[in-house]
Every structure is written in C-alpha cells, then in structure tokens.
Design a protein around this ligand. Structure first.
Ligand SMILES: NC(=O)C1=CN([C@@H]2O[C@H](COP(=O)(O)OP(=O)(O)OC[C@H]3O[C@@H](n4cnc5c(N)ncnc54)[C@H](O)[C@@H]3O)[C@@H](O)[C@H]2O)C=CC1
Ligand SMILES: O=C(O)C1=N[C@H](C(=O)O)C[C@H](O)C1
Length: 245
C-alpha cells in the first residue's frame, strides 16, 4: 500500500484526489491537509500530491523535497525558472522524486502531443483555452506548456513565426505571447477545462480540441503518477513518458 498525503485537500481537485486515493486498492490516504493546517501530518506519506495555488506551491514542494518525500504536483504556474529552482533543490537531496504535470487528463496530454507533432506543418498556430471563472492563473498551465512544446517543435524544424500584420489595436486583443505562440484565455461560467489548438495554412484549418467535462477525468493520470513517481528521474515534467509518448 502506498501511503499518500494530499495538499489542498479541500479544494476542487484535492477533494477529488482524496476520493480517488481512498478508492484505489493499492493506496492509503494518510493525510489530507489544506490552508492553515500544519504540514507535519504529511510526514507519514510516501507520496504527497499537491493541488493548491501557484502562489504557495513552491513553498510546499520545498518542504517535501527537504524531507525526501516523493511529490506529484498538479498545481500550475511552473515556468522554466521555477523548474530550475526545483532542480537545484533536488541536487542537494539524496531521495524523493518530483513529477510536475500541467494536466493529468489522458486526452489533454494527447492533445498536447498531437499539437507538437502538427506544429511544423502549418504556417500559423494559436491556442485558445477556456476555463471556469474561479481559476486563478491565465493562461492555463496546459496552454502555457502546449505553447512551449509547439514553439520548440517549430524552432527545431526551422519554421518561421506565425504571420501577423497587426500594427495597431486594443491591448490584449492578440492574446499572450508564450515563446512566440499566441495564447487566448477565456473564463466562462459553466466551463470546466477546454482547449483548442488551431493550426492553419495553404487553404486549410486544422483544430485539435480537448474538453475536460469534470475533475474525475484527471484521476487516472494522478493515480498513475502516484504509482510511478518512486521509479522516475528526480524531476519529471508531464506524464507523457508514463504513457509511452
Ligand atoms: N494538473 C492538472 O491536471 C490540473 C491542475 N489544476 C490546478 O490545480 C490547482 C488547484 O486547482 P483547484 O483545485 O481548482 O483550486 P481550489 O481553489 O479549488 O483548491 C485549492 C485548495 O488549496 C488550498 N490551499 C491554498 N493554499 C494552501 C496551502 N498553503 N497549503 C495547503 N492548502 C492550500 C485552498 O484552501 C483550496 O482548498 C490550480 O493551479 C489548477 O490550475 C487543476 C485541475 C487539473
Ligand atoms: O484550473 C483548472 O481547472 C485546470 N488547471 C490546469 C491548467 O491550468 O492547465 C489543468 C486543467 O486545464 C484544469
């Protein structure tokens, strides 16, 4: 039985993770911690799962790394500089692996993978993500990561930046620029988590779309990560490798 602790246990995702862990025959929920609770209860865990907030996740993760606990992190906000910081913490510790994934949905991971594959074949590519209006960060971690993957694939293939003749307009109208890829964030009541990667050129448009209909959809990926994290590299980003992608 793997002993699992959950950080952000009263949140939308954390509560779902607690239910999933309790329902898994090979796991035991040993700590369910939320804001204001002491972290000490997590010392009983082998793997800590964090779904909290981009503003607090680094502090939580450092606490886990210092104690040699394996960490599975779904909280967003990990740019390259944060990942470098986590790497530097891990080099100073002898045990405990960290897996950080912007999205644990199997379909979402495939959407990112297919977008990366398609990106060099089209002149233009932009990303449109839609989320519930309670979301703290924009663009979403998934959109940010997709843009990074798409940009890297295009750079490797020597593809020029997407054409854009805009010289005047209202600020923000063209979305955020992530590594040269435009990302548009919609916040919409009734939505859960949705993303379209739109690619275009030579008289055709190709849209890769993924919809998370509920938070249960992320649980197979989270449980897979909990099971695999002890045997991974010190730092793994995304669950692609766990799916053989
Ligand atoms: N990787 C993935 O597949 C997914 C990632 N997310 C990300 O997970 C994060 C959380 O999302 P939600 O559950 O919707 O948010 P939420 O706001 O419903 O839950 C966050 C919980 O963390 C708690 N919290 C805040 N500070 C804390 C601290 N210092 N220690 C312990 N608990 C603390 C809050 O009280 C709250 O209960 C976001 O960054 C979101 O983008 C969300 C869905 C899927
Ligand atoms: O906040 C959410 O809900 C989600 N956050 C993650 C993100 O920012 O990409 C994953 C998913 O989109 C749901």
């Amino acid at each position: 039985m793997t002993k699992v602790g959950v950080l952000g246990a009263q949140g939308r995702m954390g509560a779902e993770v607690c239910r999933a862990v309790e329902g898994a025959g090979d796991m035991e929920l040993v700590a369910a911690v939320d804001q204001g609770d002491a972290l000490d209860a997590l010392s009983a865990a082998e793997v800590v799962v964090d779904f909290t907030h981009p503003g607090v996740v680094m502090e939580n993760l450092r606490w886990c790394v210092e104690r040699g606990l394996h960490a599975v992190v779904g909280t967003t906000g990990f740019d390259p500089s944060r990942l470098d910081t986590v790497r530097s913490w891990l080099t100073g510790e002898s045990s405990g692996n960290v897996l950080i994934a912007p999205n644990f949905g199997i379909g979402a991971v495939l959407m990112m993978h297919f977008a990366q594959k398609a990106a060099p074949f089209f002149e233009s590519v932009e990303i449109v993500e839609t989320h519930h209006p309670h979301k703290a960060d924009a663009p979403s971690g998934t959109a940010y990561r997709t843009a990074e993957l798409v940009a890297a694939a295009r750079a490797e293939a020597g593809v020029a930046p997407s054409p854009d003749a805009t010289t005047s307009g209202v600020e923000g109208a063209r979305g955020a620029d992530v590594d040269g890829v435009r990302v548009h964030a919609v916040r919409m009541s009734g939505a859960v988590a949705h993303q379209e990667v739109v690619l275009g050129g030579h008289g055709e448009l190709f849209t890769i779309r993924h919809d998370s209909m509920n938070r249960e959809s992320f649980m197979p990926g989270v449980l897979l990560a909990v099971r695999k994290v002890p045997e991974l590299e010190r730092l793994t980003v995304g669950i692609e490798a766990l799916l053989g992608l």
